[in-house]
Design a binder for this molecule. Sequence first.
Ligand SMILES: [Ca+2]
Ligand SMILES: [Ca+2]
Ligand SMILES: [Ca+2]
Ligand SMILES: [Ca+2]
Length: 269
Amino acid sequence: MKNLSKLSTLILIAILSLTACTKKDDGTNKQDTAIDVTAKKVMDNMHTTMSQITQADAQSLDRNMKENFGFTFMYPITLTYNNDVTVTVNNSSELLDIVTGITETSYIKAINYPFNIDAQTASRSSSSINSETDLQTTIESHDSDGDGIPNYADDDDDNDTVSDQDEDVNNDGDVTNDDTDNDGVANVNDTDDDGDSVPTANETYDASGDVANTDSDNDGTPNYLDTDSDNDGVSDGQDNDANGDGNVDDNGGGNDDNGGNDNDNDGGN
Ligand SMILES: [Ca+2]
Ligand SMILES: [Ca+2]
Ligand SMILES: [Ca+2]
Ligand SMILES: [Ca+2]
């Protein structure tokens, strides 16, 4: 009888333990969830992106989500860690905590579908992401410069020859908060960064094609961020020799006639 009572107690303890195991102390539930490669890609990308920013906050998270993937989340969303613990995310601050906390051994492996997005791209009319395929299509089609490489994988989102990293003029690690000409379009997506009507890609005159190393008037501001590259008082857009090298520019300013050839037959080199 004593042994039977002991056995009953042991069985009771075992049942209680099993019940406890199915529920974490923080109230999250365990579910066996398959790995969602696309959702993991999004979260890992945001981890890398936000880790590079000096003072990451909810706003910078949203801006970078929009830049890299073309949308921000409508909360709440539900994420699943690789240990199958699920977590409900209610705002961008909570998501920031999660993505910055991602490690090689603790990462997000899935997201619950459907979830809603605040779509930023004109090409997308629906605000509901219904499956991994839907999410994949959404992020792969976010391609600002239309070069076939989606923004999240593109080193030069606007194809203006300045790398995304170099568009970070204020060097805070965040490429989305630099807007030299204050036109509301961040440099990373602005093909005329200084707004002088000369495309950034044309604001060089040496053979390197590197606009970052061209500073005609040596004032410390490269031509592509300088609305008056030769400092003669005439804006580059109105200047027929924007870099002041004596060669008349081709095709409306800034596009210098390199090498002394009169490519546009304007009478100057
Ligand atoms: Ca692209
Ligand atoms: Ca660029
Ligand atoms: Ca701009
Ligand atoms: Ca320009």
